[in-house]
Design a protein around this ligand. Structure first.
Ligand SMILES: [Zn+2]
Length: 512
């Protein structure tokens, strides 16, 4: 029997149907997409799931305010998210929506099973509730009497509700987190979960609501709708067919290799979701990666601050590849970072136009000028080849290690040491002098071939982050791309390179 390919299952968090899209969403999308593309290049059998969290009181209210039915409203928002994904070049496999009838059916089954086995019971909820955040709080969780998340006023609530006995799984969760240091990334967030939530003990979790209708009705008690925890979090499994008639994908791809989520929902993904999975007897995701916030011009993004740049706009102006590069180079994945048009333009001009774009145009230009566009097979070495090749070999390996750990900024930094090394190689070799020297024609051809090879290797290495660029490089050099492993071999392109002059990869942008 043939070996089946290793699988890799990656998800973003679901996009909440009531939030406006901002650069922070773009950051999460491009990170997940870059990782999915990287694994595909490595030869993994990848599933990349993203989608929409479409139920809840806030959405019901937003739909009403917009003069739409809730379904019309979530359809409209889902289309805008798909549009952003398209514009960013996100190549997802599954776009899952919690209003999908298949989702609703599976959520009801999960809720029933947890109820039947005694993990969910009916009780009464008395306490404090933040409507916009749809979250219950104990008095000590409040910040100056207000919601600790959105700082709005909370209201007192007294209603019948179903509760999940999450505390049953607290000790197992603690052990799991302690024994699996890669389960919560960045690692600093693990202590926060252990010390702030798990070790003090988990209170039973309210998993139904009666205060609104827009949700999945509880099968056996239709006045209740299933609350977000069971409804939305379970999408990661249901999206693969868990609890459906056909769970082939679930059996093949679960558990998830990584859930990529914002740092504010790490808690839900590392405590509530794993506890639900434990109750259902299912394996836990291998990793939950909490990314940071993207600030705009140094300020937190806020609807009221009016600084929420629609990410579609810079994509339309500067292109998806430049935006993807910027978001993953400028912002350390896992930490907060900053977005500004000024910094973006600087990156485009220096890293993309000057370093990468120039390397290609210089290489193509010299093959054209010195050899009429076609390198001869007769090639010789120069004194500077060995170091260039050594840097290429090192960078292919180190960038791979950084991709594996989702250290995209460091992967790019490594790749750019190779690109800059190649530009320096041109200055060392001085092809404009070689062309005038007797008997140096072979060395001149060999040096230009080495530049082609650096471009070929760099194109493979940047493909996960800038998927639109490699084909344009290959086209001008008339060479083939290929899978990741080909970045580890220097000298794979045929010697007789026939170039075709093309447009600049990244035209310089006037700073004014
Ligand atoms: Zn709130």
């Amino acid at each position: 029997m043939m070996n089946e390919k290793d699988t890799f299952y990656i998800t973003t968090a679901l996009f909440y149907s009531n939030s406006y899209l901002h650069v922070g969403h773009a950051h999460e999308i491009v990170a997940a997409d870059a990782m999915a593309r990287y694994k595909r290049l490595r030869g993994f059998d990848v599933k990349f799931l993203t989608g929409m969290d479409e139920h809840g009181q806030k959405i019901e209210q937003a739909a009403q305010a917009a003069g739409r039915t809730p379904q019309e409203h979530v359809d409209y928002v889902a289309e805008s998210v798909r549009e952003l994904m398209r514009n960013l070049g996100a190549d997802y496999d599954i776009f899952w929506r919690t209003t999908d009838p298949a989702h609703i059916a599976a959520v009801r089954k999960i809720f029933n099973r947890l109820y039947e086995q005694g993990d969910i019971y009916k009780g009464a909820y008395r306490g404090l509730y933040c409507t916009p955040c749809e979250t219950f709080y104990t008095p000590r969780q409040l910040a100056a009497g207000r919601c600790p998340v959105c700082e709005r006023e909370v209201c007192e609530i007294d209603e019948e509700a179903y509760f999940f006995k999450i505390g049953k799984y607290g000790q197992r969760l603690i052990e799991h987190i302690e024994q699996n240091p890669e389960f919560i990334m960045p690692k600093s967030r693990a202590n926060e979960m252990l010390n702030n939530f798990l070790r003090p003990g988990l209170e039973d979790l309210c998993v139904s609501r009666t205060s609104f209708k827009w949700g999945v009705p509880v099968d056996f008690d239709p006045g209740h709708v299933v609350y977000v925890w069971v409804d939305a979090l379970s999408n990661y499994a249901i999206g693969l067919g868990f609890m459906s008639d056909d769970d082939t994908l679930y059996k093949k791809y679960w558990p998830a290799d990584v859930h990529i989520v914002g740092k504010d929902i790490v808690r839900f993904h590392t405590i509530i979701w794993p506890a639900i999975l434990m109750a259902l007897g299912q394996p836990l995701p291998k990793q939950v990666f909490g990314h940071g916030w993207v600030n705009i011009d140094g300020k937190k993004i806020g609807k009221s601050l009016g600084n929420a740049v629609d990410p579609n706009n810079p994509v339309a102006t500067y292109g998806a590849d430049a935006i993807r590069y910027f978001l993953l180079k400028e912002i350390v994945f896992g930490q907060d970072g900053n977005f500004s048009i000024e910094a973006l333009v600087n990156r485009i001009n220096s890293d993309l136009a000057n370093d990468l774009g120039n390397l290609l145009s210089r290489t193509v230009g010299m093959v054209d000028k010195y050899f009429g566009g076609e390198l001869p097979a007769e090639q010789a070495a120069t004194d500077f080849d060995e170091d260039l090749r050594a840097v290429a070999a090192r960078v292919a390996k180190s960038s791979e290690e950084h991709y594996d750990r989702m250290e995209f900024d460091q992967a790019l930094a490594e790749i750019w040491t190779l690109i800059r090394r190649a530009n320096k190689y041109i200055d060392q070799v001085e092809p404009w002098k070689l062309v005038k020297e007797e008997g140096k024609r072979d060395a001149l051809a060999g040096s230009l071939y080495n530049l082609v090879e650096v471009l070929r290797i760099a194109a493979i290495l940047i493909e996960p982050i800038m998927p639109g660029i490699p084909a344009r490089i290959y086209e001008q050099l008339n060479i083939q791309g290929g899978e990741w492993s080909k970045a580890h071999n220097f000298g794979l392109a045929p010697k007789e390179i026939k170039v075709t002059k093309g447009n600049a990869l990244f035209p310089r942008i006037d700073n004014k």
